[in-house]
Design a binder for this molecule. Structure first.
Ligand code: SF4
Length: 405
């Protein structure tokens, strides 16, 4: 729900300032368990509005022209995607409004470059009024001062937790994880690892299994893959925790949702079949009489994210959804333990758009904008036509796969 203003404490209106709410029209937020208001209702977005000394209205993209300054929160690459769709669909442009976009998801300016005036990299708490006034900061890019984006900017870190925030960052250093690579860890005093709703819940070794709902992440189908990406989850660690919990003999079922990544650069449809068999045999080792355990695996295709050690990796656009469905989503069914793969698996188009936005540069931003707004899966011809094979030094975007299929 969007926070309502207390009209008795209404701030003075000087310049007209608005906070932009994306329509979330592509359903990205909903698929991530959020709704379209999440970009305006996140901890950071609420803190920014509370800090502003001038009144701020929440409006959709096509109302920006009625304001002097428009603030946009970007917490993930999906918000850039939704914004590109909203901007193209808006009946009116931005008029004379100065558009300021920022947040921990503001990592590549180029996709939104033509619409933006100012980008704020990282957290803006404690500086938003200065930014609106035009002051300079090491984490703030202004198009008027640096139109070629030639300068160096820092990703500003939080120095304290916001009300309601339990922690930031993660002690892990998984090589694919942008979350940990762009955030300095900060946790509240008295913070306990292992609770379902905390930031470290996905560290398997810290998870305290209980009957009911649990969430964690294995992020690799085999121990070999997990070692390769520095994910601290071993096969024996999986078996030990499941075994110990099963032995409790609880009457209520224990559900464990595990996040998994598929399609690392060394994975192919053939390796998937072998890896699935390996995962099945690991789970089987933990089975026996006792508490019923239901493991629900959510697979997400690997995406080489900026500012991670894997940012320059190749990406193979297999249709992992089809590959997984073809092998069947049932992974294991034994005496007490059952494991299956959830049907929500992103298709190649979602991944292609994510990679395109992450690797977008100055010269291909308009083509990438068109592609991101389109509903077609890019073909090899499409890539060649738009010169997508090379993305500003970030590496290579593969259009085939190493098995030649
Ligand atoms: S993937 Fe999870 S455990 Fe690994 S660094 Fe990121 S947040 Fe931490």
């Amino acid at each position: 729900m969007i926070a309502q203003y207390d009209l008795f404490k209404r701030k003075e209106r000087g310049r007209r300032i608005c906070f932009v709410q994306s329509s979330g029209r592509k359903g990205r937020h909903r698929r991530k368990g959020q709704d379209a208001s999440s970009a305006v209702d996140s901890f950071g977005a609420r803190a920014i509005r509370a800090e502003l000394t001038e009144q701020c209205d929440i409006v959709p993209v096509d109302k920006i022209a009625d304001y002097d300054i428009a603030l946009v929160s970007i917490t993930s690459v999906y918000e850039s995607e939704n914004l590109l769709v909203d901007i193209a669909a808006a009946k009116r442009g931005k008029g004379d409004a100065t558009v300021i976009a920022g947040g921990m998801g503001m990592l590549n300016v180029w996709p939104l470059y033509d619409w933006l005036d100012v980008a704020v990299f990282g957290r803006a708490e404690g500086q938003v009024n200065g930014i609106v006034q035009g002051e300079s900061y090491p984490n703030v890019w202004r198009k008027i001062a640096d139109p070629e984006l030639a300068g160096s900017y820092e990703i500003r870190q939080a120095t304290e937790l916001l009300p309601g925030e339990k922690g930031i960052g993660c002690p892990g250093k998984c090589s694919y994880c942008q979350y940990t690579n762009i955030r300095r860890p900060l946790v509240s005093r008295g913070y306990k690892a292992g609770a379902v709703d905390n930031v470290y819940e996905d560290i398997w070794s810290l998870l305290k299994l209980k009957s009911g709902r649990n969430i964690s992440a294995w992020d690799g189908m085999t121990e070999a893959t997990r070692r390769r990406v520095c994910k601290p989850v071993t096969d024996s660690g999986i078996v030990r925790k499941l075994q110990a919990h099963r032995a409790l003999g609880l009457t209520r079922t224990t559900n464990i949702k595990t996040y998994n990544i598929i399609g690392y650069p060394w994975e192919t449809p053939t390796t998937y079949v072998a890896d699935l068999a390996e995962m099945r045999s690991v789970i089987a080792k933990a089975d026996g009489p006792g508490s019923r355990i239901l493991i629900m695996m959510l697979f997400t295709p690997f995406s080489p994210e900026p500012f991670t050690p894997m940012q320059n990796e190749n990406v193979e656009f297999h249709n992992w959804r089809e590959i997984i469905e073809a092998e069947g989503r049932a992974v294991y069914k034994g005496e007490a333990i059952e494991a299956f793969i959830l049907p929500q698996i992103a298709g190649p188009l979602t991944l292609q758009k994510r990679v395109a936005l992450n690797r977008c540069g100055r010269d291909n931003r308009k083509e990438i904008g068109r592609f991101v707004r389109s509903a077609v899966t890019a073909t090899p011809d499409f890539y060649r036509r738009f010169g997508f094979e090379e993305f500003g030094g970030y590496g290579y975007l593969s259009v085939g796969n190493r098995e030649g299929s």
